[in-house]
Design a protein around this ligand. Structure first.
Ligand SMILES: Nc1ncnc2c1ncn2[C@@H]1O[C@H](COP(=O)(O)OP(=O)(O)OP(=O)(O)O)[C@@H](O)[C@H]1O
Length: 212
């Protein structure tokens, strides 16, 4: 998926977060979005995923054949901070939901969930209820669930915020492996993730900002 952002602006009421932001995100790469707190990284990510309308400008996503994707949410896997895990369901069930929502048969979804939990290094927690997990473990659960959807555009908002260095490096490795089949966009302050990516969009450089 190629993402072309053209003269994008986001405002909330009278607060202009950014305007005239233009950038291109290449397919099968890891692109990090950086910028100071409040500069609009999460908002831009939400707009790319089709969850937040732009105030003006365009975001166009095209597939490998150059066809425009009309609706962005259906191709987007969203790596959350883990806070939307169903707390009373098992870790395995939470990951399976990603595959089931993508239409996979139950047995296949179960096998895949086990594989993904191993990939994100929480296989030993498969039978635990999600509410028992730490912040970092929840983040890895969220990543596994997003990967289970098999969608070609992966958006991650501060995916390493609760991870220690070893797990951040592991996350970078997982994302690198995944980038052969998916376009990955990460909003982050984390220099480790920025260094492990292929390209960076600094919101301040790519746009005009207005202080209010
Ligand atoms: N729904 C909303 N309504 C009003 N203002 C909002 C809304 N969402 C975000 N904002 C404001 O827009 C600005 C950009 O927020 P955003 O979360 O996109 O920034 P960010 O760069 O991701 O910040 P951080 O690094 O702190 O997470 C902030 O000033 C925030 O308060």
């Amino acid at each position: 998926m190629r993402v072309a952002i053209s003269h994008a602006a986001i405002s909330f009421g009278r607060r202009d977060v950014f305007s005239h932001l233009s950038a291109t995100i290449e397919p099968s790469q890891i692109t990090t979005i950086t910028g100071p707190s409040g500069s609009g990284k999460s908002s831009l990510l939400a707009a790319i995923g089709g969850y937040l309308p732009l105030t003006s400008g365009h975001i166009t996503i095209t597939d490998s054949l150059g066809r425009t994707v009309p609706e962005h949410t259906s191709i987007t896997a969203w790596v959350t901070q883990g806070t939307n895990a169903l707390p009373h369901r098992s870790v395995l069930d939470n990951v399976m939901m990603g595959s089931l929502s993508a239409g996979e048969p139950r047995q296949r979804a179960r096998e895949r969930a086990h594989d993904l939990l191993a990939t994100v290094r929480i296989a030993h927690l498969a039978t635990f209820r999600a509410k028992l997990l730490s912040g970092g473990e929840l983040q890895r659960l969220a990543l596994a669930r997003a990967l289970a959807t098999n969608r070609p555009l992966l958006l991650a908002d501060e995916p390493s915020s609760s991870l220690d260095l070893a797990n951040t490096l592991a996350l970078a490795e997982i994302l690198r492996a995944l980038s052969t089949t998916a376009t990955i966009i990460i909003a982050t302050h984390d220099p480790v993730l920025v260094a492990s990516g292929d390209a960076t969009i600094d919101i301040r450089d790519a746009s005009e900002h207005r202080e209010t």
